[in-house]
Design a protein around this ligand. Structure first.
Ligand code: WT7
Length: 657
């Protein structure tokens, strides 16, 4: 479908997929749930919190001093006990918590809840021996292996907030996060497997903490066995320190508002924000949404969130939500094409996966690879499919339903953010009649609205800014070390309302369609990257004078990064040196931020389009990058500049083709 056709399909979408009666009859979400939550949201959330095990019950459900919330005030609980110990105590110790699948074929481990409890006990004791105390921050930079989950749970058990940094981020990105949250210990691995080769992680840690004497301890899991540099005073092997510990650790119950973790995410400035999540409210939110949105039946389901633990999706729906609910999950280390492009479908048929949760970008990649691959495998165990991370186009939704879901599975398109902690806008399986491409309605107890520029709710059929109108238990409690930025970023655009940074539309029925970011944040394969962050990485290169970055439509990744760069006068420029410089700049961004931020395309240009006050007109550059008619150029200081760039872009692309 062309973009135009898709857009009009979106505006006129009439397909409806009501839940099959048999599904509805057995669903966790039963009629009346929306009304009940709407009448008394706090009572609804309290009911959800009561599904957890509290060492001391709360005195007050919510203390709301906008924009600062405290949930389940006075309550005490331990997240690791809720995620692990209580399932063992309830007699479910033999249930598999994770079917772990390493990237190399045959490299698998099943870990039961009883085994997980023992591993977490040992890791907690090891952290104590290494000097970690309640409140200390612990950085985790790991591949997708069971020890990553164990490390997180050991931190949670101790009350030492973790900050997991995605393994694809560079040493520089890791360093800035370690410094920002002042972590004195890093847990890592020698490396991991990616597309058939062992990639290195420990060297990046060494580089990240060079001349950072505060970091006194590095705990290293041996995953690949590759040679790595070793600092006797600082580095410790996991198998030496952790595996000799006692499996018993008596957990302390922490305050409901005790920090659980910090997750860094890109905003509109060059510096990522440390999003803070706390204990009781967060666990309530992720466990409730996991149970209701995925209809999780812990005795029967095999649940698979195919995301990396280094992102919030992994935190909430690989680790905390599923474990709190006693689920059996798949934990897969590799890429979708490792060991063949049908790797996922083999995993699903072998493990009888019943619920799959992934991003539209992956679905579109599978579409490109062709429906014969899934068709060659028995996917009949699947009963529910989820989507997250970016708007899902109706065509991808329909393909997902037909070729993966066998026209039988319900689809839940779930909108949320790092900041919200858990799912906020979503259908409820068994209740909602879904529409391809719509996230439909707020989760019970959640308040969402679409506002126009003046802050007035739009009518059905209108579009505007998405805001959240009520506090929710999984909400961020702030930005690590920067309360003012918290207020400024999320609570100042519309007074007293949470500004999500997304555009949204209400259709004729009032259902919600997410339209993408309205700020300078790009969404590349479901990952958030700020234009400013990439621009400042580019400008830090000695040859670059100025850079402007935009997210341009991309058929597979949703958006792709396109950079317009002017070089310093002293830099020689001919065709060959231009090609070499572009390659160098792409690598430079990868080193500064990570491979995910490497621009799809860089155009060297003598000038950038600016307003008379000197502001770069990114809107016009987006028109150029997306091959559209140029928008209004009248506010430009020199309107010829953008035509020149447009011309240059076309020539560059003709040459590439
Ligand atoms: C941004 C948040 C949610 C975990 C993964 C991303 C976009 C997310 C959807 C969806 C349309 C979506 C939004 C949001 N987004 N889910 N179902 N439909 N857009 O977390 O990195 O914090 O990014 O992802 O633009 O603001 P994140």
């Amino acid at each position: 479908m062309t973009e135009q056709a898709e857009l009009s399909a979106l505006l006129t979408e009439t397909r409806r997929f009501p839940p099959p009666a048999a599904f509805a009859a057995q669903a966790n979400a039963q009629p009346g749930i929306y009304e009940r939550a709407h009448e008394d949201p706090r009572a609804f959330w309290a009911e959800q919190a009561a599904r957890l095990t509290w060492a001391k019950p709360w005195d007050q459900v919510l203390d709301w001093q906008p924009p600062f919330a405290k949930w389940f005030v006075g309550g005490r609980l331990n997240v690791a006990v809720n995620c692990v110990d209580r399932h063992v105590e309830a007699g479910n110790g033999e249930r598999v918590a994770y079917h772990w699948i390493g990237e190399p074929e045959g490299d698998t481990r099943d870990i039961t809840y009883a085994q997980l409890k023992a591993m977490v006990g040992q890791a907690t004791n090891a952290l104590i021996e290494l000097g970690v105390r309640k409140g200390d921050r612990v950085a985790i930079y790991m591949p997708m292996i069971p020890e990553t989950v164990v490390a997180m749970l050991a931190c949670a058990r101790l009350g030492a907030p973790h900050t997991v940094v995605f393994g694809g981020f560079s040493a520089d990105a890791l360093r800035s996060r370690i410094i920002d949250c002042d972590a004195h210990i890093v847990i890592t691995a020698d490396g991991g497997y990616r597309r058939g080769t062992a990639t290195a992680l420990k060297p990046a840690v060494d580089a990240a903490i060079a001349n950072l004497p505060e970091v006194q301890t590095v705990l290293v899991v041996r995953r690949t066995g590759q040679d790595i540099a070793w600092d006797e005073a600082r580095d410790h092997w996991w198998h030496e320190v952790v595996e000799r510990q006692s499996e018993d650790h008596t957990a302390e119950a922490h305050d409901s508002e005790h920090p659980l973790y910090v997750m860094y995410t890109s905003g509109t400035t060059a510096k990522p924000k440390g999003i803070l999540h706390t204990t009781g409210g967060y666990l309530t939110h992720v466990s409730a949404t996991h149970q209701l949105v995925f209809d999780l039946k812990p005795e029967q389901d095999v649940f698979w969130t195919a995301a990396d633990i280094g992102w919030v999706t992994g935190h909430s729906y690989i680790v905390y939500g599923p474990l709190a609910n006693g689920a059996t999950s798949v934990l897969y280390e590799g890429t979708p094409d490792a060991g063949g492009r049908d790797r996922w479908w083999r995993i699903i048929s072998e493990l009888k996966v019943s619920i799959l949760y992934t991003a539209p970008t992956t679905i579109r990649t599978f579409m490109k690879w062709g429906e014969d691959l899934p068709a060659g495998h028995d996917l009949s165990s699947l009963r529910l499919l989820g989507s997250v991370g970016e708007p899902i186009n109706p065509e991808a939704w329909m393909w997902y339903r037909k070729h993966i879901g066998g026209d039988r599975c319900q689809i839940v398109d779930t909108w949320w953010q790092t900041e919200t902690g858990g799912i906020m806008i979503t259908p409820l399986p068994g209740i909602t009649a879904t529409k391809p491409g719509s996230a439909m309605t707020p989760f019970p107890g959640v308040g969402a609205e679409v506002l126009d520029n003046e802050g007035k709710p739009v009518d059905n059929g209108g579009a505007g800014f998405l805001v959240l109108t009520e506090p929710w238990p999984g909400m961020l409690r702030g930005i690590w070390g920067d309360p003012e930025r918290y207020r400024q970023t999320y609570w100042s655009r519309f007074d007293g309302l949470y500004f999500a940074g997304d555009g949204a539309k209400r259709d004729a029925d009032g259902d919600l369609w997410l339209l993408g970011r309205v700020d300078d944040v790009m969404n590349i394969s479901g990952h958030r990257i700020s234009t400013t962050e990439v621009e400042s990485a580019l400008v830090s290169h000695p040859a670059v004078a100025e850079a402007a970055v935009v997210g341009a439509n991309d058929a597979i990744t949703g958006q792709g990064i396109v950079a317009f760069v002017t070089v310093k006068g002293s830099v020689a420029q001919d065709a060959d040196s231009g090609v070499a410089l572009i390659a160098e700049l792409r690598e430079h961004v990868a080193t500064q931020i990570g491979k995910i931020a490497r621009p799809r395309q860089i155009l060297l240009t003598p000038d950038l389009p600016k307003t008379r006050s000197g502001k770069i007109m990114r809107r016009l550059l987006r028109d150029v990058a997306e091959h559209r008619e140029l928008g209004d150029v009248t506010t430009l200081a020199d309107p010829t500049v953008v035509n020149m760039i447009d011309e240059k872009m076309r020539t560059a692309e003709d040459e590439e083709a």
